[in-house]
Design a binder for this molecule. Structure first.
Ligand SMILES: Nc1nc2c(ncn2[C@@H]2O[C@H](COP(=O)(O)OP(=O)(O)OP(=O)(O)O)[C@@H](O)[C@H]2O)c(=O)[nH]1
Ligand SMILES: [Mg+2]
Length: 462
């Protein structure tokens, strides 16, 4: 096989199970959507992990993830385990139980809500005689389906490749299957692994280079945004928290908002007219999830860079979700790992969304808490309740690092006055026959720009 062939076969194909399915593309399409799936979540008694979540919540999330791929879930199970078997993950008894379910429900695919080693995946497939996909594989597939922009597609492919690379160890791999090999007959030889790894590395390097130029374009855009000094408000949050719904409500955009995990992948930005008469740029982006594969976080770093630069990080939470606290810690953990923020960061503002779903009692409790907290607003993105007050609070928040200047202009300086109107918030204006005096509130970005233009110095104007 030539280099070219393998590189092509590695190309991330939309709407396919490229990690788990054979190379029969026709069958792939069919199997991917509507495949009859069994989903299981292993509940491991030791070590107790992530105690904030219970197994019920976990399996519910795994089912939602599977539904996001349009699988037909015919069975969802919590499987209690004392320990993980290195070879098959599950013990013999559990395997038999699952095999019986597979036969009974005519299952075509097993979704394991955990991380499987390549060997475990292979052995499970051999034992159960159906395809097996783990959590990372599942999320990668969803991302692959959602990616719309060139950048999104590249990022997902990058994530996919590093995932594949990490699995090229003494095991049968997708690559080998695609080669038309008899995957179940044993692993590829060392030389084969080496050459696969090299091909993947080459492809990774190529994508990184392409992504690099996208990132530079993005930086140019960001620079030009800085020249129009509107503050940037980056929306982050757990998947399905309602980011896109809120974004659409505030901006009048029509980003896909659905009861679907990872409905949004590619970032979108839009202006919002704030109550103070100025604009702010809101950005909607990919949602987070617990145990987000590190490959994915890394691949989406460039996208999330907007978040790093944001004036305010707007953390949208589904306050009606039974695991809203666990989701919050997951989001903070990911922000932390990206070097964006931690729970002490003072530019995080929480939006408690889906307030309409709370019962009266909870609603009152949360409302009181939100009122006392400085950086919290309770809203319903669906009905719009609380959104006006959210924007007011964001205005106040943005005003925090602003400074007020009292400036005097001659009548010949009309253009300069207009400039201050554009860049800042004119709080007061007095016109006399000879001069105009204004009090203007400027944020740091605007001050920087105006100083650069020679229209302002730290004490005001010359
Ligand atoms: N009842 C109610 N439902 C809401 C509210 N906000 C969002 N939803 C619903 O929650 C689901 C998810 O909303 P999205 O806006 O797509 O969520 P998201 O955070 O953008 O999700 P991802 O893009 O998947 O990360 C949709 O079915 C929305 O209609 C709300 O305030 N109240
Ligand atoms: Mg969304």
């Amino acid at each position: 096989m030539t280099n070219h062939d393998v590189t092509n076969s590695l190309q991330f194909r939309k709407k396919t199970f490229s990690t788990v399915w054979d190379d029969n593309s026709d069958g792939v399409e069919q199997a991917a959507s509507g495949a009859r799936a069994l989903v299981f979540h292993p509940n491991i008694s030791y070590p107790a992990k992530n105690s904030q979540r219970d197994a019920e919540g976990r399996i519910a999330e795994a089912v939602s993830l599977s539904a996001a791929l349009e699988l037909e879930i015919v069975s969802a199970k919590i499987i209690s385990l004392n320990k993980i078997r290195p070879s098959t993950y599950l013990g013999k008894g559990k395997l038999e139980e699952i095999a019986a379910e597979i036969a009974f429900h005519d299952v075509e695919l097993v979704v394991a809500d955990c991380e499987l080693s390549p060997v475990q995946q292979r052995n499970l497939e051999q034992e159960l005689k159906v395809k097996v996909i783990d959590r990372t594989g599942l999320i990668l597939e969803i991302f692959g389906e959602r990616a719309q922009t060139k950048e999104g597609v590249m990022q997902v492919e990058l994530a996919h490749l590093s995932y594949q690379k990490s699995r090229l160890v003494r095991s049968w791999t997708h690559l080998e299957r695609q080669r038309g090999g008899f995957g179940f007959m044993g692993g590829p030889g060392e030389r084969q692994i080496e050459s696969d790894r090299r091909l993947i590395d080459e492809r990774i390097a190529k994508i990184k280079k392409q992504l690099g130029s996208v990132i530079r374009t993005r930086e140019l855009h960001r620079d030009s945004r800085r020249k129009v000094p509107f503050p940037i408000i980056a929306m982050v949050g757990y998947t399905n928290a309602g980011k896109s719904t809120l974004f659409n409500y505030l901006t009048g955009a029509r980003v896909m908002a659905e009861d679907l995990l990872f409905a949004t992948l590619d970032p979108t930005m839009r202006n919002v007219d704030m109550p103070n008469g100025k604009k702010a740029i809101f950005s909607d982006t990919v949602g987070f999830i617990s145990d987000l594969p590190t490959h994915l976080v890394a691949a989406f770093r460039a996208t999330l860079e907007e978040v790093i630069e944001a004036d305010i990080i707007l953390h949208i939470r589904d306050i009606s979700h039974p695991e809203t606290e666990a989701q919050k810690s997951d989001v903070l953990e990911i922000l932390n790992s990206l070097g964006v923020a931690d729970d002490k960061s003072n530019n995080i503002f929480e939006v408690w969304n889906k307030a309409d779903l709370l019962d009266d009692e909870k609603s009152e409790i949360y409302e009181n808490m939100a009122m006392r907290a400085e950086n919290v607003a309770m809203v319903s993105a669906l009905t719009g309740a609380g959104c006006a007050s959210l924007l007011e609070k964001l205005d106040q928040e943005l005003a925090k690092d602003k400074r007020e200047f009292n400036l005097t202009f001659s009548h010949a300086e009309g253009a300069d006055i207009a400039l201050f109107y554009k860049y800042g918030e004119v709080l007061e204006r007095k016109d006399t026959e000879k001069i105009t005096k204004i009090t203007v509130r400027l944020d740091q970005a605007a001050i920087g720009q105006l100083v650069k233009m020679g229209k302002l110095n730290e004490d005001g104007r010359d």
